[in-house]
Design a protein around this ligand. Structure first.
Ligand code: AMP
Length: 282
């Protein structure tokens, strides 16, 4: 795997690949890799002769400075994991390469970011859109791969690509889970062993809520049930549980209002903020 710290040599590498008619798949990450990240790289490798990944902990998308500081960083094991799955190139820039000057560009995605993550993390998606735009301009991928775990992020990037006419096709990859159902996340490594056991409750709550909705329970009733389940443990604090239309993220009052509802949850386990979601199959 070739590692690029600067933009120009990466671009030269990609020009050569494209001259040979090879498509480029791109997997942006913030590092601290787990099997979920690797599944995105594997999906890209299936579709493309060339796969580029990136590691960049993007300051612009952290609304909480402590969260940015505590974000796990494990570059040596990340590189070894990427090499093992056969990633072709890694873009691993320093902050100064991505932000030569402090950025004044802001994005506003309207309704898409007024709920859930956008509501609780003001400015987060503007920062995501900024860094993804920069990365798309640098890599110019044919395909880009994102995890379903961050569904709202996927919906926002899809809107970004439509509006700014990026010439890239987006792919959403299913969430990889631990054996107890907990969605894999870089943040899981910050949980204590006890918290790690408790954290599976996010997934279990989604499964239970999905069953209740399929059996005809009202969304309001299900919300109260989820709140009670999570907060029966003093170390867990529910931030939101919502049922939304997965296409436009409008919050639903009744599941019948959408053909593809999605259940989304965010909660603190200790001081670690975790998210998860699940499509409601009907
Ligand atoms: P991150 O490093 O957290 O920014 O994530 C990089 C990419 O990996 C994003 O597209 C995430 O949605 C995706 N991702 C994170 N966790 C998982 C998971 N458990 N399964 C599949 N993809 C994931």
């Amino acid at each position: 795997m070739q590692i690029f710290k600067e933009i120009a040599p990466l671009k030269a590498f990609l020009v050569e690949k494209r001259r040979l008619g090879q498509t480029v798949g791109f997997v942006p990450t913030m590092g601290a890799l787990h099997e979920g990240h690797l599944s995105l790289i594997q999906a890209s490798k299936k579709d493309n002769p060339v796969t580029v990944s990136s590691i960049f902990v993007n300051p612009a998308q952290f609304n909480n400075p402590a969260d940015l500081e505590k974000y796990p960083r494990t570059p040596d094991t990340d590189i070894a994991m990427m090499e093992k799955v056969g990633c072709d190139a890694l873009f691993f820039p320093d902050t100064g390469v991505m932000y030569e000057t402090e950025s004044t560009v802001r994005f506003d995605f309207g309704n898409l970011e007024q709920v859930m993550e956008g509501k609780f993390r003001p400015g987060h998606f503007s920062g995501v859109a900024l860094v993804v735009s920069k990365l798309f301009h640098i890599v110019e991928p044919d395909y880009a791969y994102f995890g379903q775990k961050d569904w709202q992020q996927f919906a926002i990037i899809r809107q970004l690509v439509r509006e700014l006419k990026f010439n890239v096709q987006l792919k959403s990859v299913p969430t990889l889970r631990e054996s107890d159902g907990l969605a894999m996340s870089s943040r899981n490594m910050r949980l204590t062993p006890t918290q790690r056991k408790k954290a599976a409750v996010l997934h279990h709550a989604l499964v239970h809520a999905s069953g209740m909705l399929k059996n005809g329970s009202a969304i309001e009733e299900v919300k109260m049930h989820v709140q009670r389940t999570l907060e029966s443990d003093h170390e867990i604090k529910l931030e939101y549980f919502e049922v939304a239309n997965s296409e436009n993220l409008k919050l639903l009052n009744r599941v019948e209002e959408s053909v593809s509802p999605i259940l989304c949850i965010a909660a603190f386990v200790g001081d670690v903020r975790l998210i998860d979601n699940m499509f409601l199959s009907r």
